[in-house]
Design a protein around this ligand. Structure first.
Ligand code: PGA
Length: 265
């Protein structure tokens, strides 16, 4: 696909998913430390987003703005409705108002621990787009599904359902994160070949559902135990346009090395 559309430049996106870690003081410290490690050249080459817990977002937003730190603000989750009686939830317009640009949606932890269905994920994708933010739609198979030869079918089904009735022009702006569940937080990374193969499947699936232009423009991240040692090889694959990083994004020096994967090739 990349071969057939040489004009499309997909800027790599490296995203730090902090999950339920760091209070707002710790988040501020991390983002400041990260800003000392990451250079202007780095952010000229790569987009960086940080995804703190909700309680830290305002603090991180203020730090990014006042210190002119060129990272994008992200969130890990949102509700599909714009407002209402949903105790404990946070709506997409609230995130947009805070300057959030990227919102992770359908992370396997949300699907597995909190029972998020494909329909719910689809409603959230639409809410995020409606509020002019960029969904990072997560898809991926379990180890059992991979061993049963069902990985591709699972990922394709998640994409089809998650992007149902989303316009092709919108899909073109989106990010899909392929995260094999067996690789998340386990230290086991998919081989670069396997990750590339599935990211290519993601792209051809987008082409089948939303056309060639959308497939050529959408960015596909790999996630699952990305570390400084494997980032360059993963990022070197033609259909991998970025990384969704969990554990290794919680330490400034480590995350910076992933952002600087070009230097550690
Ligand atoms: P990990 O998490 O890098 O700790 O494996 C990735 C993710 O869950 O997005």
């Amino acid at each position: 696909m990349s071969d057939t559309t040489p004009d499309t430049v997909r800027r790599p996106l490296i995203s730090g998913n902090w999950k339920m870690n760091l209070n707002h003081f710790e988040a501020l410290k991390l983002v400041q430390e990260l800003s000392y490690e990451v250079t202007r050249d780095d952010v000229d080459a790569v987009d960086v987003s940080v995804h703190p817990p909700f309680t830290d977002i305002r603090t991180v937003q203020t730090a990014l703005e006042s210190d002119r730190i060129p990272f994008h603000l992200g969130a890990q989750h949102c509700h599909a409705e714009p407002s209402g009686a949903f105790t404990g939830e946070v709506a997409a317009p609230m995130l947009a108002k805070l300057g959030v640009r990227y919102v992770i949606v359908g992370h396997s932890e949300r699907r597995e621990v909190f029972g998020e269905t494909d329909d719910l994920v689809n409603a959230k994708v639409k809410a995020i787009l409606k509020n002019e933010m960029v969904p990072i739609l997560c898809v991926g198979e379990t180890l059992d599904e991979r061993e049963a030869g069902e990985a591709e079918a699972k990922v394709k089904a998640q994409l089809k359902a998650g992007l149902s009735r989303v316009k092709a022009e919108q899909v073109a702006t989106m990010v899909v994160a392929y995260e094999p569940i067996w690789a998340i937080g386990t230290g086991k990374t998919a081989s670069a070949d396997d990750a590339q193969a599935m990211c290519q499947t993601v792209r051809s699936s987008l082409e089948a559902t939303h056309g060639e232009d959308a497939a050529a423009s959408a960015r596909v991240q790999y996630g699952g135990s990305v570390k400084p040692i494997n980032a360059a090889e993963l990022m070197g694959q033609p259909d991998i346009d970025g990384a969704l990083v969990g554990g290794a994004s919680l330490e400034a020096e480590t995350f910076a090395k992933i952002i600087q994967y070009r230097l550690h090739d």
